[in-house]
Design a protein around this ligand. Structure first.
Ligand code: PDD
Length: 285
């Protein structure tokens, strides 16, 4: 099981216990991050920590550590768990307090937990692409906060899983927002199009890297809302996330995207993304 972080200390994971009245457990009153680890090094750690602070600030929880302290603690956790290839899961809740919807009046210490998990790169799916379904986005209007409240995302992902698919693409009326746990992109006339980072989607760290790679490599890109009709007639469709990197989408609701093969722009971005990982974390096998 290895080691975990509980409130600033690294302890045996089997001893990391949370109270039944932790507000994260009862209300989903907290925020989280998933950080990728390659070659024992965190990828885009500063960006994830920055988003963690932003998410927690936006719901009025203040991180009880400096981000540099937290970063050092996460590095120590990776080392103690001998993690080479995997993820760190980290969450911060408002803490333990008698159940009441309103925030505790007494000062309560926010509860930080983190652990690591081994996780391979999805190399096979990145070559073949994945299938998806379309489903309505029934979530709240602050999807920019990486909140522990994920029921809308979970129900969508479960629908995809039951259809034998990897991801659910969400839409609000005619507009595509994002995936249940990823950002969604289409390619039209060679232009990469993805939803602007506003309250309706999570501003993916992977998305930010991809947009920078597009700019640096003269791949035209537009951050704007796109419709279901544009999705259906796209040349290429792909998704991105910390665990999926740049993942081609080859099917949507049993219909093939073009020839059911990953497209050229997607493949170029996969290569550029891998180079960026290697720049930060060293050569990948
Ligand atoms: N999910 N949109 C949603 C709703 C997400 O849950 C995620 C990530 C993303 C992509 O963000 P990033 O590139 O920063 O991973 C977009 C994580 C990995 C998860 O919940 O496991």
């Amino acid at each position: 099981m290895g080691f975990a972080i509980l409130n600033g200390k690294i302890i045996d994971r089997s001893e990391a216990k949370v109270d039944v009245e932790d507000r994260g457990y009862q209300f989903g009153d907290g925020v989280y991050e998933v950080i990728r680890v390659y070659n024992g090094k965190m990828f885009t750690a500063a960006e994830h920590l920055e988003r963690f602070v932003k998410s927690s600030d936006s719901i009025g929880i203040s991180l009880p550590y400096k981000t540099e302290e937290l970063s050092a603690l996460l590095e120590e956790l990776i080392e103690k768990n001998n993690l080479e290839l995997g993820i760190i899961y980290m969450q911060l809740t408002r803490g333990v307090s008698p159940r009441n919807h309103a925030f505790p009046i007494a000062k309560v210490a926010p509860a930080l937990t983190a652990y690591t998990k081994e996780f391979e790169r999805p190399v096979e799916s990145m070559k073949t692409g994945v299938k998806t379904i379309l489903t309505e986005d029934i979530r709240w209007l602050r999807c920019d906060i990486k909140s522990l409240n994920l029921l809308g995302n979970l129900l969508a992902k479960q629908k995809a899983a039951e259809a034998g698919c990897f991801e659910a693409i969400l839409h609000r009326d005619e507009n595509v927002t994002e995936g249940s746990s990823s950002n969604i992109y289409i390619v039209k006339n060679g232009v990469v199009i993805t939803h602007e980072s506003n309250n309706l989607i999570l501003k993916g760290i992977t998305k930010d890297v991809i947009l920078e790679l597009c700019l640096a490599n003269n791949i035209p890109v537009e951050e704007r809302t796109f419709t279901l009709e544009e999705l259906a007639s796209a040349e290429e469709v792909f998704l991105s996330s910390t665990t999926s990197e740049v993942m081609p989408i080859v099917g949507i609701d049993n219909k093939k995207v073009i020839e059911g093969q990953p497209g050229p722009v997607t493949k170029t971005l996969q290569k550029l993304f891998q180079q960026e990982i290697e720049n930060q974390c060293g050569k990948l096998n």
